[in-house]
Design a protein around this ligand. Structure first.
Ligand code: SAM
Length: 220
């Protein structure tokens, strides 16, 4: 990606980013910290150039390999739920994809660890983080079913692909008082659920219906 593209579209899209943040706010996103990040982050850089003109619509976009960059409303919603009782310091994301959700989190928390199972997406997001000067994201090409035990515990864990059930390994890597948010269920229609670890017990809450790509095992 060349510097001209980054600067050129970045400049012209400032107003469209504002418009996206306003749309998310009227759709119910309330956290101003999250809206400010959405206002600043150049979402068009996280998709192919051919889709850049659609990057500030509130819609999921294809990123190749049968995967998508999630709808901005869902990214914002998941982020505000994760930070609503205080900013977590250390977050694990399963499903790096384009890198957009990781970049949103990286603007708010100290450290993000993110795992992706598709090599081409892992590499592309690595280059993009470097170009954007995002230095607090650590990446791994791997299978998120196992989490990232060497970097655990995490104050928050976010899954951006849907498992049938959240793998036990991920709950094991959640710190006390930590939160885990995940779309759960098969068949393209899932529920977004959040678990809060309190005094060793997990308290579960359902947020809303969502539609995510399925979580898959192995590496491609
Ligand atoms: N957070 C991403 C973004 O901002 O673009 C969303 C990407 S997409 C909705 C979900 C991603 O999860 C895909 O890139 C997919 O390859 C990845 N994925 C699915 N199963 C996985 C697993 N077991 N481990 C790691 N990544 C996985």
């Amino acid at each position: 990606m060349d510097t001209q593209r980054m600067q050129g579209i970045g400049m012209t899209s400032r107003r469209t980013r504002e418009r996206l943040a306003a749309r998310l706010e009227s759709a119910g996103v309330q956290d101003s910290r999250v809206l400010n990040v959405i206002r600043q982050l150049p979402r068009h850089l996280f998709v192919d150039e051919a889709l850049a003109s659609r990057a500030y619509e509130d819609t999921a976009l294809p990123i190749g390999h049968g995967q998508t960059l999630s709808q901005p409303f869902v990214v914002a919603r998941m982020t505000e739920v994760l930070i609503r009782d205080g900013i977590p310091r250390h977050v694990l994301e399963v499903g790096t994809g384009s890198g957009y959700q990781a970049a949103v989190l990286a603007a708010l928390v100290d450290r993000v660890n993110t795992i992706e199972r598709i090599g081409a997406l892992h590499e592309r997001s690595r280059r993009l983080f470097r170009q954007l000067g995002i230095h607090n994201v650590r990446q791994r090409l791997g299978d998120g079913y196992a989490g990232w035990s060497a970097a655990a515990p995490f104050d928050a864990i976010v899954l951006t692909a849907a498992p049938e059930a959240v793998p036990a390994a991920l709950f094991d890597q959640l710190a006390d008082e930590g939160r885990l948010i995940a779309p759960v269920g098969g068949g393209g229609a899932q529920e977004l659920r959040v678990w809060h670890r309190q005094d060793g017990a997990l308290v579960e809450e359902t947020i809303e219906s969502v539609s995510f790509v399925p979580m898959r095992g192995g590496i491609e």
